[in-house]
Design a protein around this ligand. Structure first.
Ligand code: SF4
Length: 476
C-alpha cells in the first residue's frame, strides 16, 4: 500500500499556526528576531561556518545558540536585517528546505556519523534518504524529529521516531511513547525510507504535534501504515526472521528507553552497551588515523567571534568541516594526531568532560527574553559551580527564565524556574511543575551548598523552608 493511500482512513490534520521554522520567518524574542539555521546532517563546511559567524555579526547581535537538535540560532536579527541575512546564508547553501511549515531538518544523527567504526550501515546516506522522503509528507509538524542511529545499543536522544541498527541485523523503526520508545517494525535498509515515510504520513494525518501524544488507537494506525507499506514490497529475509517485531503494540510491549534494548530483551535478554549519542568534551581517538576534538558551548551559547576562532583552528589542524552536537557543541574530526591543546579554546568553550556547566541547562532569560525576570545565564554559571558534586554523579539541573522551559522542557534533578525575580525550586520535575518554594539566587546557592551533605530533596524541602523561616525570626 502506498503512503498516500493512508489518507483514506485517517482524519484530516487541523491547520497549524504560530510556529516560525527557519530563515524566511524568524521568531520574535526579547533581543530581536531569532533566525534558525538547519545545516544538512548537522555539518558545516568551513566556509559555511564562516558565513554563519559573519551573518550573526553583521545582521544579528553577534550571539548564537546551539540547539539540542544540532541546529543553530542567530540572535538579535531585525526586520531590516532578516532579508540580507537570509540571502547570505542561502548563498552559503544554508537556506530553508521547505516553505510549508514542515521541519527544515527532519533527521538527527550522531556527530560522528559516517566515521564511527561501531556503525553497521551508512548512516548519512540513510538520513539523506529519509530527509528526501520526509519532504514529500505534507502537514508534518515543524519540530518532527527522526533519529538515525547506526550503532547497536547506542544511547538514543529524545525524538519522535528513530531508525536504528538492530544488534541481530536489520533496521528497527520505533516511535516515541510517553516514556521511551515503542518498537514498531523491522525492515531492510532499502525499505527504511519508505517505511519511515509511512509512519510520518500517518502521524501528520493525526493532527498531533508530538508522537508521544498518540493514543493507543492512533499508534495502531501507525503500525498498520508501516506494516502495509512493507507488505506491499518484496518479502525481506530480515523481516521474515523478525516477524514478531511487526506485531508489537503499546499493549503487547512496554515502552523502553532504548528501542533496540526492548527488542533485544524480548529476544534473549541481551543488555545493551550504552554508548553516548554525542562525544563528550575533550579529545578522543576515533580510528587509527583520526581523532575527535569536541567543545561544548556553555549553556548552548557562543559568539560569532568564538565560532570564527574555532574555524581558524579547524583550518589549521586540517579539519574539513565542523559538526554540530546535540550536546550543544562542535565536533572536529581531525585527520591525524596533531598537537592540539583544547585549553586554547577554554575562554570560549567547555573543553573538559567534567566541567559542571555540561550538567546545567539554561535559557536566555532576562534581559534578552521579555518573558524572563532573572539573569539565567549568569545565575546558571553560579549554580553550575555549586552543583559540581551532583554533576559528578550524573545529575542534571536546569535554570529556566520562566515556566516555558525553552532550554529543557523535560524534568531535571533540580529545576529552577524564574518568576518575579525569584526562582521556584522543583526537585525531579519539569519547568511547568509546581515549585516547592520560591527563593532568591543567593538562597538557592546556599541550599545547594548544604545539599552536598543532606541531599537535594532535603535541602529544598518545603518543611525545611518553614522551619528556617521560624528559626531566623526574632523572638517576641
Ligand atoms: S524559558 Fe521563558 S525566559 Fe527562558 S527563553 Fe524561554 S520564554 Fe524566555
Amino acid at each position: 500500500m502506498s503512503v498516500a493511500a493512508h489518507r483514506r482512513v485517517l482524519p484530516a490534520a487541523p491547520a497549524r499556526r504560530g510556529w516560525c521554522p527557519g530563515l524566511s520567518r524568524p521568531m520574535p524574542t526579547g533581543d530581536g528576531l531569532l533566525a534558525r539555521v538547519h545545516p544538512p546532517l548537522g555539518i558545516l563546511t568551513l566556509p559555511q561556518a564562516r558565513a554563519v559567524a559573519e551573518g550573526a555579526r553583521r545582521f544579528g547581535n553577534g550571539h548564537l545558540d546551539l540547539t539540542a537538535r544540532a541546529n543553530l540560532q542567530i540572535r538579535g536579527v531585525s526586520e531590516a536585517t532578516r532579508a540580507p541575512l537570509a540571502r547570505l546564508l542561502e548563498a552559503a547553501g544554508l537556506g530553508d528546505t521547505r516553505a510549508d511549515g514542515g521541519p527544515q531538518r527532519l533527521t538527527l544523527t550522531s556527530p560522528l556519523a559516517g566515521h564511527d567504526p561501531a556503525e553497521t550501515f551508512d548512516v548519512p546516506a540513510l538520513a539523506r534518504a529519509i530527509e528526501a522522503a520526509g519532504l514529500a509528507v505534507p502537514g508534518l509538524p515543524a519540530k518532527t524529529l527522526v533519529v538515525v542511529e547506526g550503532r547497536p545499543g547506542a544511547q538514543m536522544p529524545d525524538a519522535d521516531a528513530c531508525v536504528f541498527s538492530r544488534a541481530s541485523g536489520g533496521f528497527g523503526i520505533a516511535v516515541a511513547a510517553e516514556r521511551g520508545f515503542h518498537d514498531l517494525a523491522t525492515c531492510a535498509e532499502d525499505e527504511a525510507p519508505a517505511a519511515t515515510a509511512a509512519v510520518l504520513e500517518a502521524f501528520a494525518r493525526s493532527g498531533l504535534r508530538r508522537m508521544r501524544d498518540l493514543s493507543s488507537d492512533a499508534f495502531s494506525t501507525l503500525a498498520d501504515a508501516v506494516r502495509e507499506e512493507l507488505q506491499a514490497r518484496v518479502p525481506s529475509p530480515v523481516r521474515e526472521r523478525d516477524k514478531v517485531s511487526d506485531a508489537t503494540s503499546p499493549e503487547s510491549a512496554p515502552p523502553s528507553p532504548h528501542p533496540s534494548s526492548a527488542w533485544e530483551r524480548g529476544h534473549g535478554g541481551v543488555t545493551p552497551d550504552v554508548a553516548p549519542f554525542s562525544p563528550p568534551a575533550g579529545i578522543a581517538p576515533l580510528a587509527a588515523s583520526q581523532i575527535v576534538l569536541t567543545v561544548d558551548a556553555p549553556f548552548g551559547r557562543c559568539t560569532a567571534d568564538a565560532l570564527d576562532r574555532l574555524v581558524d583552528l579547524a583550518a589549521r589542524l586540517g579539519a574539513e568541516e565542523i559538526r554540530l552536537s546535540p550536546a550543544r557543541g562542535f565536533v572536529l574530526l581531525l585527520p591525524a594526531a596533531p598537537q592540539v591543546d583544547p585549553a586554547a579554546l577554554a575562554d570560549d568553550f567547555i573543553v573538559a568532560p567534567d566541567d559542571p556547566r555540561r550538567s546545567v541547562a539554561a535559557c536566555t532569560g532576562a534581559p534578552a527574553c521579555a518573558s524572563g525576570s532573572t539573569p539565567t545565564l549568569s545565575d546558571a554559571a553560579s549554580v553550575a559551580e555549586a552543583f559540581r558534586p551532583f554533576a559528578v554523579g550524573g545529575s542534571a539541573a536546569h535554570v529556566s527564565g520562566c515556566a516555558k522551559g525553552c532550554a529543557r522542557p523535560g524534568p531535571a534533578d533540580l529545576t529552577l524556574v524564574g518568576r518575579d525575580g525569584l526562582y521556584g525550586a522543583v526537585i525531579g520535575g519539569a519547568p511547568g511543575d509546581e515549585p516547592a518554594m520560591h527563593l532568591p539566587i543567593e538562597a538557592v546557592l546556599e541550599r545547594l551548598g548544604r545539599a552536598e551533605t543532606i541531599g537535594l530533596a532535603a535541602a529544598f524541602a518545603p518543611d525545611r523552608a518553614r522551619t528556617e523561616i521560624g528559626r531566623t525570626r526574632r523572638p517576641a
